[in-house]
Write a protein that binds this ligand. Structure first.
Ligand code: SAH
Ligand code: SF4
Ligand code: F3S
Length: 466
C-alpha cells in the first residue's frame, strides 16, 4: 500500500502568515498529504516567508539554503517558497540564481492555487513561479487545518493601506479588503461549536475593518456582533493602528465581557517629527491622549507596543522623546526593533542619505530595552497575589516540569506540572505567585474551567481526569 505523501511547513513572520500556513496545510490535507514530524521526513517542504525586516529575510534564506543538501540527498523532495518575500521584486531572480532547488514559488494572494502549482511542478524540471499582484475580488473559501482545538485565528481584513514610510507590508499584502461581517460571524460561530474558545481577529490594521464594505461598518460593530456568541470566552484582535482606535471602539471593549483587556498600540516613536516622517498620522500628544482615554475607560488594560529606533534622521532629541514616552506610558511589554531599510519604501531612500550610524542604532536599542525591562518587571510584580485565568498552551519548551500559558492580558504564565494532570489547551484559574521580566509564575487554584457550551450543540463537556 502506498503511503501518503507528507508535508512540513516552516512559517516565519506574523500571525497572518501563521493563518496562511493553516490554509496551506488544509489544502494539502485535502489533496491527501499527511503532516510530517519535521522537514527530515517530509516529501514537501513549504517555506512561508516574512519580509518585514532584513533579519526575517536572512532567517528564510538560511533555511532555504539548508534545504539544498536535503534535496541533494533526496531528489524527490519538493520545496515550495511562499509568503511576503515572494511578493518582493528581487526575490525570484535571487532564487533562480542561488536556490535552484526551489520547485514552486507562490505569493500571499494565490494560496488557493497551490494544488495546481504542485501538479505543474511535478511535471516540470523548471521552477514553477506564480505570484499575483493583488488578491482575487472574492476570497475563495479554502479548507484549513488549525493548530489546536481551543485557539483560532480568524482573518477579518486583508492588506494594508497605511503606507508607513518604513514598511514593506502594503507592498507584500496589497490593498485593504474587509471580509463581510456575516462570513466572519458564521466562521466564529462554527469555531465555537467545535470548542474553540479563544478567537483572535486578524488584520494588519484591524481597526480599519469595514470601511470598504457596503454599508460601511467598523471593528466595534464586528466585536458587538461576536459578543453574544456562546462558547467564545476570549475575543482578541491584532494589530490595531492608533490612528483608527476610535472612542466607539474603546467604549465597546470597556463594555464587553469577552474582548480581552490587552491593548496593543504600536507607537513606533515618541517624537512627533519622526512620526510625521513615518507617515503614522498621529502626534505624540494624540497618542498620549488615546492612552489616557483607554486607561480611563478600561482601568485594568494591559498596554503593549512596538518601537523602531534608528529611523533615518532620528536625532538624540527624537530618541529622548521616545524614552520619555515609554516612561510616561509605562507599557507592560514593548517589541523593539532597529530600523531595517526595505527596498522600494520612501524611508529606504532617506536611509541612503541620512542614516543613523549602526553603533548609535544599537546603543539606542540597548538603552530602550534596558528601560523597558525595568518597567516590565515592575508591571509584572504588581500582579503577584492576584487571581487570573490562564489558557495553557503546553509544556514549557525549556522545562518539561512546567506548563506555559497566556493570561487574558497576554502575559506568559508558568505553572508547576502535577502528576496525572493534563492542562493542555485548558483555561485554568490561578493565583500569581512570582514575577520576572518576561513571565509570571502561578499556582493553580481550581479545576480547569469548562466551556460555556453553545446551546445548539449536543456536545457534553468531557470532565478532566484530575
Ligand atoms: N500592522 C502592524 C505591524 C506590522 S509589522 C502595525 O502597524 O502595527 C510589526 C512591527 O514591525 C511594526 O509595528 C514595526 O514596529 C516593525 N517594523 C515594520 N517595518 C519595519 C522596518 N522596516 N524596520 C524595523 N521595524 C519594522
Ligand atoms: Fe506597516 Fe504601517 Fe501598515 Fe502596520 S499600518 S502594516 S506598520 S504600513
Ligand atoms: Fe512579515 Fe508579511 Fe507578516 S512581511 S510581518 S509575514 S504580513
Amino acid at each position: 500500500m502506498a503511503t501518503a505523501p507528507r508535508y512540513h511547513i516552516r512559517t516565519f513572520g506574523c500571525q497572518m502568515n501563521v493563518r496562511d500556513s493553516e490554509i496551506v496545510a488544509g489544502q494539502l490535507e485535502q489533496m491527501g498529504y499527511e503532516r510530517a514530524h519535521g522537514d527530515a521526513d517530509a516529501d514537501l517542504v513549504v517555506v512561508n516567508t516574512c519580509a518585514v525586516r532584513g533579519s526575517a529575510e536572512d532567517h528564510a534564506f538560511g533555511y532555504i539554503g539548508g534545504l539544498k543538501a536535503m534535496k541533494h540527498e533526496r531528489p524527490d523532495l519538493t520545496v515550495a517558497f511562499a509568503g511576503c518575500m515572494a511578493q518582493e521584486p528581487g526575490t525570484i531572480a535571487w532564487l533562480k540564481r542561488h536556490a535552484p532547488h526551489v520547485d514552486v514559488v507562490f505569493g500571499t494572494h494565490n494560496l488557493h492555487q497551490l494544488p495546481d502549482l504542485l501538479e505543474r511542478a511535478a511535471g516540470s524540471r523548471e521552477m514553477v513561479v506564480d505570484v499575483w499582484e493583488a488578491s482575487p475580488e472574492v476570497q475563495p473559501n479554502l479548507p484549513s487545518r488549525r493548530a489546536d482545538g481551543t485557539s483560532a485565528f480568524v482573518n477579518v481584513i486583508y492588506g494594508c493601506d497605511k503606507f508607513c514610510t518604513y514598511c514593506i507590508v502594503p507592498f507584500t499584502r496589497g490593498r485593504e479588503q474587509s471580509r463581510p461581517m456575516d462570513d466572519i460571524v458564521a466562521e466564529v460561530r462554527a469555531l465555537a461549536a467545535e470548542g474553540y474558545q479563544d478567537v483572535t481577529l486578524l488584520g494588519q490594521n484591524v481597526n480599519s475593518y469595514g470601511h470598504d464594505l457596503e454599508p460601511a461598518l467598523d471593528l466595534a460593530d464586528l466585536l458587538a456582533a461576536l459578543e453574544p456568541l456562546d462558547g467564545v470566552r476570549w475575543l482578541r484582535y491584532l494589530t490595531s493602528h492608533p490612528k483608527d482606535f476610535s472612542q466607539k471602539l474603546i467604549d465597546t471593549i470597556a463594555a464587553s465581557r469577552k474582548v480581552t483587556r490587552h491593548v496593543h498600540l504600536p507607537v513606533q516613536s515618541g517624537s512627533s517629527a519622526v512620526l510625521k516622517k513615518m507617515n503614522r498620522k498621529y502626534t505624540r500628544e494624540q497618542y498620549l491622549d488615546l492612552v489616557g482615554r483607554v486607561r480611563r475607560a478600561i482601568p485594568d488594560a494591559v498596554l503593549t507596543t512596538d518601537v523602531i529606533v534608528g529611523f533615518p534622521g532620528e536625532t538624540d532629541e527624537d530618541f529622548a522623546d521616545t524614552l520619555s514616552l515609554m516612561e510616561e506610558v509605562a507599557f507592560d511589554t514593548a517589541f523593539t526593533f532597529i530600523y531595517s531599510p526595505r527596498a522600494g519604501t520612501p524611508a529606504a531612500r532617506w536611509e541612503g542619505r541620512n542614516p543613523v550610524p549602526e553603533m548609535l542604532k544599537k546603543d539606542r536599542l540597548n538603552r530602550l530595552m534596558a528601560l523597558q525591562y525595568r518597567i516590565s518587571l515592575e508591571k509584572n510584580q504588581a500582579w503577584v497575589g492576584r487571581s487570573d485565568l490562564v489558557l495553557v498552551e503546553g509544556l514549557s519548551r525549556k522545562d518539561p516540569n512546567v506548563w506555559a500559558g497566556r493570561s487574558e492580558t497576554n502575559k506568559v504564565v508558568l505553572l508547576p506540572r502535577e502528576a496525572g494532570v493534563d492542562l493542555t489547551h485548558r483555561f485554568v484559574p490561578v493565583r500569581i505567585s512570582g514575577a520576572r521580566t518576561f513571565f509570571l509564575t502561578a499556582e493553580r487554584t481550581g479545576d480547569p474551567v469548562s466551556a460555556p457550551l453553545p446551546e445548539w450543540t449536543a456536545r457534553v463537556p468531557v470532565p478532566l481526569a484530575l
